[in-house]
Design a protein around this ligand. Structure first.
Ligand code: DX5
Ligand code: ZN
Length: 214
């Protein structure tokens, strides 16, 4: 079954506990970290993650949109992330490989994300080590943007690679997901869908999560 990962970037941070309760039928809680350098926006970080970890047993899917993730991945693992995802574009290949190993050494799941302009082929050398591959379907930095359907060939390529090689790797998409675009993502082979604004603006969030699963 398709997994849904609501992004708390679209939550009301003055009532974050209530907002987390409202999405507890989802599979993962997606936690967007932005540093104002890798992306032109600043969001939330380690102290908020620690609080969220104490509050919920949900799987915390932490999406680091930060430069030099190798310097921080262990701290996010210690703060309570279950899955630590960082960007391929955020450091040298050597440091990206090192960051993968650091997350694994903490006993956490690890993922790598690619921005819209990055070809899926660049992820292939890392795939055998990953628990999750994330294809961005918007330019990272902001919620509420329009879904880029032209990213679907990348999802299809990675789905084929995962299946042909029998990898135990989830395939996630992030950005502009709503019930219509979710169907497109599922058809292309994604099995984890991040949705921020679409879930949090819904009057009945549980029903919205159900409809995103298809
Ligand atoms: C964007 C973030 C997304 C964002 C998605 O940089 O990585 O997770 O919250 O928001 P929506 O679903 O509104 O596009
Ligand atoms: Zn995200």
């Amino acid at each position: 079954m398709t997994k849904i990962a609501p992004s708390i970037l679209s939550a009301d941070f003055t009532k974050l506990g209530q907002d987390i309760d409202s999405i507890k039928t989802a599979d993962y809680l997606h936690f967007d970290v932005m540093d104002g350098i890798f992306v032109p926006n600043i969001s939330i970080g380690i102290p908020v993650l620690e609080s969220v970890r104490k509050y919920t047993d949900m799987v915390l899917d932490v999406h680091l949109m930060i430069t030099e993730p190798v310097k921080y991945v262990e701290r996010f693992a210690d703060a309570g992330a279950d899955i630590v995802v960082f960007h391929l574009e955020a450091d040298t290949p050597e440091n990206i490989a090192l960051a993968v190993q650091k997350v694994k050494a903490k006993g956490k799941k690890v993922g790598i994300s690619i921005k819209p302009k990055t070809p899926a082929e660049e992820l292939i050398p890392y795939m055998k080590d990953l628990d999750l591959a994330l294809v961005m379907t918007v330019e990272p930095g902001f919620g509420g943007q329009k879904f880029m359907a032209d990213m679907m060939p990348k999802v299809e390529l990675l789905r084929k690679y995962i299946d042909e090689n029998g990898l135990d790797c989830e395939l996630e998409v992030d950005g502009g997901v709503n019930p219509e675009t979710a169907a497109v993502c599922r058809a292309a082979g994604a099995n984890v869908l991040v949705a921020g604004s679409d879930v949090f603006k819904a009057a009945d969030r549980a029903a919205r999560i159900k409809s995103l699963r298809g």
